[in-house]
Design a protein around this ligand. Structure first.
Ligand SMILES: CCCCC/C=C\C/C=C\C/C=C\C/C=C\C/C=C\CCC(=O)SCCNC(=O)CCNC(=O)[C@H](O)C(C)(C)COP(=O)(O)OP(=O)(O)OC[C@H]1O[C@@H](n2cnc3c(N)ncnc32)[C@H](O)[C@@H]1OP(=O)(O)O
Ligand SMILES: Cc1cc2nc3c(=O)[nH]c(=O)nc-3n(C[C@H](O)[C@H](O)[C@H](O)COP(=O)(O)OP(=O)(O)OC[C@H]3O[C@@H](n4cnc5c(N)ncnc54)[C@H](O)[C@@H]3O)c2cc1C
Length: 593
């Protein structure tokens, strides 16, 4: 296997492991879920004795484990997962069972053919009571023969939209017995006599999902920076059409429309990378805190990771498509690499929490803050949300002569997030006063709740970008990154202009000012564009793209690539004489009659 992972360091260097995950093969590989969901689950949900037993073997790749939670009938609503784990105190075992067709585990990566273990999420029953979904560490296949164990039916779910090198699988249990200690026992426990000991926080079992959501933010940055690299390099060699008649064909990167299509993706890639570092640090810190008994940051981590995951995956999907379209016909070829990158990245809008569901999770957090604001409470010195408590300027100031560190732009994003959060909260209250129950009122506000989340996440992304660029001491690098920051911020202003204009906060004149700043930034970025993408130092093998080759020899290699197709092994394919040749011969005969 290309780039087989070296012995895995299981300390909490989660960021490196996650990055390794991408670089080992963006289209996935047999150890993807083992590395990035099974090991984090062991790290965060196994007790000391279980870690001693499972972690060294997992790190040493003595087995391959996946994360089997989603079922054919349920992926989002974990409360309704149907796989059961029923405790038998007589034998001190759990009995795992798939009672219905819809309880079949469906989608887990590497489940189909690679994994011989799985973290299985199942409804835990003991002493006749259900305690909700809990993780169990279950062997699926014989370690020598790799055959499924008794009572286990497992296989691959078949071809997908993309990532077809990953064997996403299905799994059914027919009353399979597993030792009591196969239940992850760090947080919740079942004692030998069957008594259930609840966890300090009932969502600590979900920590592996939180890790992936946090990882996805940098993953989306990776995809955007890779595809922007392809689009910029190709646009710098592709000549098509003239700007000045008679002056010869220009590089398509000189067209303002081309710059407006590609450069914002570059800027967003950087913004997502910087927030991706932040959220991964928050994840690591929160997991350390939990180990020390402090769960106070769990809600913040959940809210921010859900919102960032939803926004960055959506923008990455749109941005990759823009980069593809910017490369014309050759962008549509597999040779470009775009189909591969897109089909992998866009899956992240769905897996690890469907995006709408994730936006609404963050909205739950925002509504609690709105309630506190409406109750006149003061902020809790939490940099992620405290701005919601503050009163910003009554009018937009983005076109003021001097905007130190883009304070006026950030305050515009804060204004929009604050307004949308409080307005939807007030609507929620009003609908309930009119007689709707909370859940119905919630559903009737869901679109606006998602908008409030997007505005909140935009504020976070922008502020983090400004703060991180401000820390850079190398002035030459700082000035180039400030051009990308300028583009990012004013591009985001135009992206949320409806919201800023809706209440008269921003004027049409200021919207025009934002557009002017965008075009100014495009011009400043153009001369450095190729150097910027070259500085990412992606290897050609990572780009998977003839268009994005570092040496720029696109045309010769495009022909070589096409000629290497199996279709071109012979000039005339067997099907010709069998079908087309025969058809044309008969047609010619008929026309002679
Ligand atoms: C291996 C991938 C590496 C990274 C990839 C990165 C980039 C991609 C690029 C390349 C990679 C290529 C390929 C990758 C291949 C495949 C992808 C890999 C993995 C995908 C694996 C999966 O998809 S695993 C399954 C994921 N499933 C989900 O996410 C399920 C979504 N549903 C839920 O999480 C929950 O049902 C819920 C949160 C929607 C609802 O929770 P629930 O318990 O049902 O109850 P509620 O009433 O809504 O919530 C109650 C309460 O709990 C709080 N809460 C909920 N969750 C959490 C949490 N995790 N932490 C903390 N708190 C939580 C919630 O806020 C509520 O609180 P309040 O009542 O106070 O509001
Ligand atoms: C490439 C890929 C890899 C995956 N890998 C794994 C894996 O390794 N392990 C694993 O366990 N799972 C995995 N999954 C499954 C994935 O986690 C689920 O598909 C995902 O959580 C969405 O759940 P679902 O498919 O049931 O969609 P549904 O929840 O059925 O979504 C359908 C629609 O309903 C909407 N919806 C659902 N609930 C609500 C709500 N409460 N409010 C508003 N709208 C709602 C959704 O937004 C969506 O638009 C993978 C999926 C993919 C595509």
């Amino acid at each position: 296997m290309e780039h087989a992972p070296k012995a895995i360091d299981v300390t909490n260097d989660v960021e490196m492991r996650t990055f390794n995950f991408f670089t080992m093969g963006i289209d996935g590989h047999p150890l993807g879920l083992h590395l990035d969901m099974a090991i984090p689950t062991i790290l965060n949900n196994a007790d000391e004795e279980q870690q001693k037993d499972w972690l060294p073997k997992a790190a040493n790749r003595e087995f391959i484990a996946t994360y089997a939670q989603t079922e054919m009938g349920h992926g989002t609503n974990l409360k309704k997962l149907e796989t059961t784990a029923t405790y038998d105190p007589k034998t001190q075992e759990f009995v795992l069972n798939s009672p219905t067709i819809t309880s079949t585990k469906w989608w887990p990566g590497n489940l189909g053919k690679s994994s011989n273990y799985a973290v299985v999420m199942a409804q835990l029953y003991t002493q006749g009571k259900c305690h909700g979904a809990h993780p169990f560490f279950v062997q699926l296949r014989d370690l020598n023969t790799h055959k499924p164990l008794k009572g286990i039916t497992v296989g691959d779910i078949g071809p997908k939209f993309g990532m077809n090198t990953v064997d996403n699988g299905f799994l059914q249990f027919d009353h399979v017995r597993t030792p009591r200690r196969s239940m992850f026992m760090k947080h919740a426990k079942v004692l030998p006599d069957g008594r259930y000991v609840p966890p300090v926080h009932d969502k600590l079992n979900y920590s592996a999902m939180v890790f992936i959501r946090a990882a996805i933010v940098s993953g989306m940055a990776y995809h955007l920076l890779v595809t922007s690299t392809i689009a910029v390099r190709y646009s710098a060699i592709r000549r098509q059409g003239e700007i000045t008649p008679g002056a010869g064909e220009v590089k398509v990167l000189d067209y303002q429309t081309q710059q407006h299509r590609i450069f914002p993706q570059l800027a967003r890639g950087l913004a997502f990378r910087l927030s991706g570092q932040y959220i991964m640090k928050l994840y690591t810190q929160t997991m350390d805190d939990i180990r020390n008994g402090d769960i106070s940051a769990v809600p913040d981590l959940h809210a921010l990771s859900c919102g960032l995951k939803a926004v960055t995956t959506h923008h990455a999907a749109l941005g990759l498509e823009q980069c593809r379209m910017a490369c014309g016909g050759h962008g549509y070829s597999q040779a470009s690499g775009f189909p591969l990158h897109y089909s992998v990245a866009v899956g992240a809008c769905t897996y690890e929490g469907e995006n709408m569901v994730m936006l609404l999770q963050t909205a739950r957090h925002l509504m609690k803050i709105a309630k506190a604001i409406r109750a006149g409470q003061s902020p809790k010195s939490n940099k992620i949300v405290d701005y919601l408590f503050h009163k910003g300027p009554p009018k937009c100031l983005i076109d003021q002569a001097y905007d130190t560190n883009y304070r006026n732009v950030l305050e515009s994003f804060e204004h929009l997030a604050r307004r949308q959060t409080l307005e939807v909260y007030d609507k929620l209250v009003q609908l309930q006063q009119q007689g709707r129950n909370y859940e119905q009122a919630w559903n009737d506000c869901a679109v606006e709740l998602c908008k409030a989340t997007r505005a909140h996440v935009r504020t976070f992304l922008a502020r983090t970008f400004v703060e991180e660029i401000d820390k850079i001491s190398d002035l030459s690098i700082k000035s180039v990154l400030q051009d990308l920051l300028q583009l990012y911020l004013y591009y985001e202003v135009t992206e949320c202009a409806t919201g800023l204009l809706e209440d008269g906060f921003m004027t049409g004149q200021q919207h025009k000012y934002a557009k002017k700043k965008i075009y100014e930034a495009l011009e400043k970025i153009r001369p450095n564009a190729v150097s910027i993408v070259d500085s990412f130092d992606f290897q050609d093998r990572e780009l998977h793209s003839v268009l994005g080759r570092r040496d720029g020899n696109v045309y010769e290699n495009l022909l070589k690539w096409a000629q290497s197709s199996p279709l071109n092994k012979t000039d005339v394919l067997p099907f010709h004489h069998k079908y087309l040749g025969k058809m044309m011969e008969e047609a010619r005969q008929r026309s002679k009659i």
